[in-house]
Design a protein around this ligand. Structure first.
Ligand code: K1U
Ligand code: ZN
Length: 186
């Protein structure tokens, strides 16, 4: 198991469409182990393989609260098969856009089909944080970022800040109006 580097915007790999997993073999199990180590260390509640530079349709997640036992979940080839008409607004963050949080409106319920690590098929209906996180991660494997769901003005500000930082080779400075995460965990 190894912690991997999380790539951040404006890295072009974050805009790739990830490839479906054809066979859940030893290399996929090793990738999942590395993703959990990387996600827990970050720390984050979700991670898509492309965020560590691997363009495969693999997602890890753990939505357990601080005082609860770990609850690791793996979604291989996740597919959104239904979403509600009703939307909910929730604050989102992204490990590939560090220290930037913004409210995003998305369907408040979704149905997702996926394979688990043993290759068994599942279909779940998700609400609340699970629905938000699944949509955020499925966006990642389709090359979409949560800033694509906010106003162009805000998105351009964020992109400008991270492009400037990448040129300097330094971490991006926080935007004056960035909010702290408020909705999660613990
Ligand atoms: O995919 C990612 O970039 C991970 C992202 C998942 C996510 C968070 C919030 C809404 C939708 C999707 C994160 O984990 S950001 C970090 C975060 O939420 C967090 C960090 C420390 C403790 C608790 C939460
Ligand atoms: Zn993200």
């Amino acid at each position: 198991m190894a912690k991997r580097e999380i790539i951040i915007i404006p890295d072009k790999r974050l805009r790739l469409t990830s490839e479906p997993v054809a066979a859940i073999d030893r290399s996929i199990r090793a990738l999942v182990a590395d993703m959990f180590e990387t996600m827990y260390e970050a720390p984050g509640i979700g991670l898509a393989a492309i965020q560590i530079g691997v363009p495969k349709r693999v997602v890890t997640m753990d939505l357990a609260k601080k005082d609860e036992p770990k609850a690791p979940q793996v979604f291989i080839n996740p597919e959104l098969i239904w979403h509600s008409e009703e939307k909910a607004v929730a604050e989102e963050g992204c490990l590939s856009i560090p220290e930037y949080y913004e409210e995003v409106a998305r369907p408040n319920a979704v149905k997702v089909k996926f394979l688990d690590l043993a290759g068994r098929p599942h279909e779940i209906e998700a609400h609340g944080l699970l629905a938000t996180c699944l949509q955020h991660e499925i966006d990642h494997i389709n090359g979409v970022l949560f800033i694509d769901h906010i106003s162009k003005l805000k998105r351009d500000m964020v992109l400008k800040k991270f492009k400037k930082a990448a040129k300097r080779g330094a971490p991006a400075k926080p935007l004056a109006e960035d909010k702290e995460p408020s909705h999660h965990i613990g």
